[in-house]
Design a protein around this ligand. Structure first.
Ligand code: ATP
Ligand code: MG
Length: 598
């Protein structure tokens, strides 16, 4: 890929990128100036839902479509900003009528239906703390999270309630109200309403559509998000209303959102990406977003991108890998002339995937990096900047990145340019998490000397681009070398047959560890010694013998978290015959989750 080819692809679209001069923008950036892009409340308050919805009613967008909802069964619903304002006000009134207090936790467990979005926004209007859960969780992860979060209210559907919640409801004594969402937003017939639950449609119908959003301090808690659980038990990260400033400006800089865009974030709101960028950030820009209820299906996704005229698409490597697996033939059936910008987050985006974007859409895929804890995008490849395949990009304006190492006394220092260290962020950005719920010590341990320590290892080159090495838990020590799995996996992916790869360290008496790779193959390829030899040969040529895998196992698919991330810790545990740990949140059958991009 050349820079020229990217530029040529871009010149086809007339939209001027938001961030043209990266250095100048970083120098002139201030949070005060950024805040002027939001409305705020008269008394210095800041409420996420007001910024996302109600403020647009005064600027002529009341009748603009905010959510274009695509049902699983090809049905469609469109909600304007006025509809969203009305319905979320009703929801806030419903909560208030039930005696729900500010700061109490409202959990959501539903597929991607309009009521889920209404409940997020209505809960935020009231000042409740909203916690969306991934609707494919089983009873155990639901129980665990509702207990940690002291759930007061749950919004769900009758079938999810019967299967997943009723068996554990007695174990969540804080749960006072369960509100039922019916099919297509209709009331649940009384005979179908499970005992001890209320019908949401009737409550919304009877509630007033006027709700005065109370003064909301930017430091008031707004969202509770559980991490993906890639490295262990999920942690409950608390975010405040002030985070909406980060959502807004990061979508402007890193996703290049423009007011006339049609935007599609494929992440489920049960994961932080699906809330920050699948609900809040796009709405603060007053644009139209697509919400697809259905699970992942390559053909369907291409069709949505094409027919819904998606301009900006935010997805995840797990989805990109699944699309790559399906082959580029499918893409030839569609035209993507409105698509201007593609971004990805959640896992390392291998250079192969960036290049595949050019093949399939004529656009590179822009990797960006952040975590549940950071609440918003911190590092990104930008629309008007060079894309360096394999790099996560450069820090956003307003964000300071450090690559830190410890000296012999244990003190932190910034690593020399180009060398490895822990990826850290200067504290104080608006969407920084304000706590791990009920885990104060763990929270405090994340901070040192004015830095937030991310637990990821990276290096930063002389131009400021950050290169992911691996999670500190996944890094492998072999014959005195410290190896991040990402670069080895990227080399394996260069073989045309390889769909997914994961590399772990397997203890070895001589080397300390040897590299062992697990590989799944694309459709049309079967495991063979020939393929194994070819993959090993690519790895040796690209990486040198010391850093190449010594063993390769073929698996039909790799084990993943429910959010679609490859679980190296599970492969390690299986390889070593260790207990597999807390599997309750994992996709134990090793199948990539459908439509579950983080
Ligand atoms: P847990 O903290 O419970 O183990 P998790 O870290 O997977 O779960 P998230 O907050 O959803 O939960 O994921 C953030 C992590 O995902 C990052 O710390 C990083 O390891 C990985 N990640 C996110 N984006 C990228 C990216 N662009 N490149 C490489 N890794 C990424
Ligand atoms: Mg994490």
């Amino acid at each position: 890929m050349t820079y020229e080819s990217i530029q040529k692809a871009r010149s086809l679209c007339a939209v001027q990128p938001n961030l043209v001069d990266y250095e100048a923008e970083r120098t002139s950036f201030t949070w005060e100036r950024a805040r002027r892009g939001l409305s705020g409340q008269q008394d210095g308050g800041l409420n996420m839902a007001f910024e996302a919805v109600d403020r647009h009613l005064e600027s002529g967008l009341a009748q603009k479509v905010a959510i274009r909802w695509l049902g699983r069964d090809e049905s469609r619903r469109e909600l304007t900003y006025a509809d969203l304002a009305d319905a979320s006000a009703r929801f806030a009134n419903v909560l208030a009528g039930l005696g729900v207090l500010r700061g109490e936790r409202v959990f959501l467990l539903a597929g991607r239906v309009p009521e889920l979005y209404i409940a997020v926004l209505g809960g935020l209007k009231l000042g409740a703390v909203v916690c969306p859960l991934f609707s494919q969780f089983g009873p155990e992860p639901i129980r665990q999270r509702m207990q940690i979060g002291d759930a007061a209210v749950l919004v769900t559907t009758p079938s999810l309630y019967r299967k997943r919640v009723a068996p554990i409801r007695a174990e969540v004594p804080t749960l006072r109200h369960v509100l039922m969402v019916g099919d297509d937003g209709r009331a649940v017939p009384p005979e179908d309403l499970p005992e001890g639950t209320l019908d949401l449609a009737s409550l919304l119908h009877d509630a007033s559509s006027t709700f005065e959003i109370p003064h909301t301090d930017p430091e008031d808690p707004a969202l509770l998000h559980f991490t993906s659980g890639t490295t262990g038990k999920p942690k409950g990260a608390v975010h405040v209303h002030g985070a909406v400033l980060m959502h807004h400006i990061s979508a402007f800089y890193a996703l290049d959102l423009h007011p006339d865009d049609v935007f599609w974030c494929t992440a489920d709101p049960g994961w932080v990406t699906g809330t920050s960028y699948g609900v809040l950030a796009p709405l603060t820009h007053g644009l139209t977003m697509v919400v697809d209820e259905a699970d992942f299906d390559a053909d369907r996704w291409y069709r949505i991108l094409s027919e819904e005229r998606v301009c900006v698409w935010y997805t995840a490597p797990t989805a990109v890998r699944m699309m790559m697996r399906a082959g580029t033939e499918l893409t030839k059936k569609f035209s993507f002339k409105h698509l201007r910008f593609i971004a990805s987050v959640g896992e390392p985006l291998n250079p192969e995937a960036v290049l595949w974007g050019i093949d399939a859409f004529g656009l590179p895929i822009h990797d960006n990096w952040w975590q549940t804890e950071t609440g918003g995008i911190m590092i990104a490849n930008y629309a008007a900047s060079e894309v360096r395949p394999g790099s996560m990009g450069r820090p956003l304006p307003g964000i300071t990145v450090g690559i830190l190492v410890r000296d012999a006394e244990g003190k932190l220092h910034e690593a020399p340019v180009g060398t490895e260290g822990e990826l850290a962020l200067r504290t104080g950005w608006p969407s920084m998490f304000r706590g791990y719920l009920h885990e104060d010590e763990r929270y405090k341990k994340c901070f040192e000397d004015g830095w937030y320590l991310s637990g990821d290892l990276a290096r930063q080159d002389e131009d400021g681009f950050v290169w992911f090495i691996g999670r500190s838990d996944d890094v492998i020590k072999t014959s005195g070398h410290l190896i991040g799995p990402f670069e080895v996996e990227s080399a394996l992916l260069e073989h045309a047959a390889v769909a997914e790869a994961a590399v772990i360290g397997k203890p070895d008496p001589v080397a300390g560890n040897i590299l062992k790779a697990f590989v799944s193959l694309k459709a049309g390829f079967a495991p063979s010694d020939q393929i194994r030899r070819e993959i090993l040969s690519i790895a040796r040529t690209r990486l040198g013998p010391a850093v190449s895998p010594k063993e390769i196992d073929f698996l039909p698919t790799l084990p993943k978290t429910r959010s679609g991330k490859i679980l190296r810790r599970l492969l390690r545990a299986r390889e070593l015959g260790l207990p597999e740990g807390d599997l309750s949140t994992l996709e134990a059958d090793s199948v990539a989750p459908r439509g579950a991009t983080p």
